[in-house]
Design a protein around this ligand. Sequence first.
Ligand code: HDE
Length: 745
Amino acid sequence: SSKPAKAAKNAVKTASKKIAEALTPEVPGAPGGTPTVEEPTTPHDPLPPKEEQGAPQTRTPTGAETGAPTTANGQQGAHLTTAQGARLRDTDHSLKAGPRGPTLLQDHHLREKITHFDHERIPERVVHARGAGAHGVFTAYGTAEQVTRAGFLKEGRETDVFVRFSTVLGSRGSADTVRDARGFATKFYTDEGTFDLVGNNMPVFFIQDAIKFPDIIHAAKPHPDREIPQAQSAHDTFWDFVSLHTEAQHHTLWNMSDRGIPRSYRTMEGFGVHTFRLVNEAGATALAKFHWKPKLGVHSLTWEEAQMLSGMDPDFHRRDLYDAIEAGAFPEWELGIQVLPDTPEETFAGIDLLDPTKIVPEELAAVQLVGKLTLNRTPTNFFAETEQVAFHLGHLPPGIDVTNDPLLQGRLFSYVDTQLTRLGGPNFSQIPINRPHAPVNDMLRDGFHQQAVHAGVAPYRPNSLDGGNPFPAGDDEHAFLDVPVTVTEAPKVRANPASFDDHYSQARLFWLSMSPVEKEHIIRAYTFELGKCYHQAIKERQLQSLANIDPELCAQVATGLGLPTPEPTVPLADVTPSPALSQVGGEWPADGRTVGVVVDPDGDLDDVAPVRAAVFAAGMVPLLIAPHGGVVGDLPVQRTFATGRSVEFDALLLAGAPAPAPDAVPAPDAGTTTVDPRVLLLVEECWRHAKAIGAWGAGTTVLEQVGVTDSPGVVTAGSGAQALASVQELMAAHRVWERFPASVA
Ligand code: HDE
């Protein structure tokens, strides 16, 4: 090569060497320019594994423990390793050809780390994607022993459970408080096999036949072109579907009622929806409907609270559930059954028990309580447990069987099928959260993600090699019993029984069972939802269904929409209301409720500490709200005027009247008020949402400035203790109902 070319090459060499030197960080003790990270802690001995991280049952053909290495657990040793157990020197820098050079393909640690990350997400559930789960225990009262042979319902039996609550429509990241039905799925790990009770917080369903499920879900999910709205039923395709399928009207009415916006998972009922068939020791059968009754009563948010929470705290229900459990306020439900005679007609009081759009009013068949569920432990790992849990209606113990409800029959296919895609293969029952607590001794083998190391050579039967194992169990050995129900001879058809054509009578029953304030909320919900639809024909068609349910309901919604009120096209059903359907009128414990306490750091703080202690003593959670964070006196501040909003609190106490802070949002009436406008807003909202409000001392000034001093449920007291006592009394009714306007009787 020529001289000038050589000189140029050398110049480049020297230049790049200089640049390299300049760029090499001078880090002591780090040859090669790799900076060491200063660790916030020093390595220590491995933490003892948490109890729930212990060995899950490993499966052998005989159901015995294998003693094989168990599933790996996170962060239990001091040293970072690869997935193969090789200790690592550095996980923060990829292996490069020099500090500024390209990354080398040979960096196996980089590739392992990124590859695993790339595959961290699994498909979300096609419905019920957004959910929260918790562990607990079910204790049987023994009151179901006459009707079912199920061992877990025998007196005193304790069974581990995992419950997952969910919304139906939204994606995994959607808000908790949207208007929707809620899933209430319970896995009972019974010693006779797992029982999954996969229910909802509403006792009826939109459709009568599983074959329509893809259709209703396509209609209810976001529109396929723009993928909006998320987790909402207030859109054209939903109302198009339900107005064209009038069998959906009963469930739609439940969704439009306060049941569609629960205050908490802890204050929801649960329902198995379908009719099941129970069989006792003697082989006698009964039909049954399952109910979950919350110890705290059934309570809801107001629509405005629900909407505000979607922005303020989209995780409101999840947080509420986990906060309650961690605080020791364990949520409880009682399991109840309505026991109905197993007649050939499969009807009760004229109600077709195979029609999942119908309830049996509790006044006609009492709900008999058979056990208690207590949720007492939050998941250790959300993904491993709540995401990977797989429910299935076909997970039945001996003593509980299915009926011919065509919705139930289709579900028996769907739940296993969907897990094949969602959990990636047929071995999902080997995932720790899904492992039965009963010994497993199946002849299922191989497949993706096989976790068991099956011994033996003869997974078939009969066989003469594995000692003949396994053998079928006899009737007296806890075998599952397919109840030998007579199947009547009938032509093969795609058709429903005639009784399924009654689409309005029970919707009317529900409407007539509501109190005036609940009716008002229903009217407003329909007016909101239909008001969000663009197509006039859809609104008109839905109004027609409302006319067939109740003319007054229809007229009020029509007025709100500015549309004429149609005449009913069917005779109005003559039904007897069911008072058990109303949420209003009782008194309940206020365990785990939140009480906001507004304090003024410059005011009189004498009563604050005792009031706070008294709220705790009452099993509720006091949250101090102050102009700034940190402490007021020596009490910790949980919410500031910037971070807190009324929707977090079930009741409000005003211990002071904080003056406007420099960072307060300017209010139009500034100058006429002496209180921080954010406190005025807090009180206004609590008042509008019919929450109990109590004030003493300077706090009463706030009430005066909002103009609510003499309003129902607003208490002015001489001391903090008195204010709390009155507020607590009001909270037993959940809300100050008389504060809501009601336009219907
Ligand atoms: Fe489900 N449903 N469903 N469903 N369902 C699912 O299963 C389905 C129905 C319910 O927390 C899916 O694992 C069909 C009624 C709950 O993991 C899927 C039909 C009721 C959950 C499925 C129904 C429910 C699901 C989606 C019509 C109340 C969440 C992911 C015949 C009694 C369970 C999955 C959890 C989940 C199908 C109707 C409750 C696709 C075909 C009625 C609580 O299999």
